[in-house]
Design a protein around this ligand. Structure first.
Ligand code: FPP
Ligand code: MG
Length: 291
């Protein structure tokens, strides 16, 4: 895990530094740094590296770039999600969100630049296995764009009605699926057998986020609480109640565990899944949810 963290940090630093070479507009460069550091749990790139390891880690540099590209897109999506036109959130990860710190124009551009940086990072790392690049790019584009990627997921918020599973699977599950599929692809493995694990874990993650939004306060979250209720967003808590959402979360984690393909990495991946479930909803939050 420690080694994976160092690999992810290095890949992210390399990608961001490339965009800061001489001639870069300093305010936008600072806004991009603010968006990427300090990070959250970096769960998506960790997942990508863990799946690559389970598939033999045949091209570590490509796996690192795949993980970093997914994380850059995740950071971009959070910058845009916090904007006044979406969630209007003034804080993220315990400090000012990007538009509060650098203004709305730089925040829009930071998100735009991070999207391009993600694809560039991936493309530049494929020298050893160029034939793996088209499928990696294809998966990343599909999991981010239309009709079922995170952009589409966010767009369900602009509709009058959305089915909760469609919304959750696109808004969050799709980038987790990218993490497992791209981890496999980078190592020369089969992405299809890894998709389910990413999808189930991603959906569980969004249900946990809904529970945390309702059950925790801003200090604990490092971002505004009760947003789903105040903005009228579709949410697992609204649909099932807090205790029902918790039961739904546990079911999804169970599905994720069952969908891990058997093989040498299965034990490590189930351990990662259980650690993540515990981190997302520690006993104190679970107790609050059922109280
Ligand atoms: C956070 O959800 C937001 C997402 C998971 C996806 C956001 C996607 C976009 C803004 C589309 C644009 C995409 C790119 C690549 C720029 P949340 O509001 O439920 O969680 P939060 O409490 O962490 O804000
Ligand atoms: Mg939000």
């Amino acid at each position: 895990m420690q080694q994976a963290k160092a690999r992810i940090d290095q890949a992210l630093h390399g990608a961001v530094a490339r965009g800061e070479q001489r001639g870069a507009p300093p305010r936008l460069a600072a806004a991009i740094r603010h968006a990427v550091w300090p990070g959250g749990a970096r769960i998506r790139p960790h997942l990508c590296l863990a799946v690559s390891a389970a598939c033999g880690d045949g091209d570590p540099a490509l796996a690192d770039a795949a993980g970093a590209s997914i994380e850059l897109l995740h950071c971009a999506s959070l910058v845009h999600d916090d904007l006044p036109c979406f969630d209007d959130a003034a804080t993220r990860r315990g400090r000012a969100s990007v538009h509060v710190a650098y203004g709305e124009r730089c925040a829009v551009l930071a998100g735009d630049a991070l999207i391009v940086m993600a694809f560039e990072t991936l493309a530049l790392a494929a020298a050893r296995h160029p034939l793996r690049l088209p499928r990696l790019l294809g998966v990343l584009a599909q999991r981010v764009g239309m009709p079922g990627g995170i952009v589409a997921g966010q767009a369900w918020e602009c509709e009058d009605w959305a089915a909760l599973p469609d919304y959750h699977r696109a808004k969050t599950g799709s980038l987790f699926a990218a993490a497992t599929e791209m981890g496999a692809l980078a190592a020369g493995g089969d992405p299809d057998v890894w998709r389910g694990f990413g999808e189930w874990l991603g959906e569980a993650y969004q249900v946990a986020d809904d529970i945390r939004d309702a059950a925790c306060d801003e200090d604990m979250l490092g971002k505004p609480a009760q947003k789903d209720r105040t903005l009228g967003r579709p949410s697992a808590v609204h649909e099932f109640g807090l205790a029902g959402a918790l039961a739904h979360f546990e079911q999804l984690v169970d599905h994720a565990g069952q969908s891990v393909p058997e093989g040498p990495g299965a034990k490590a991946l189930r351990a990662l899944l259980n650690a993540e479930a515990e981190r997302l909803l520690p006993p104190t939050v679970r107790a609050q949810a059922v109280a």
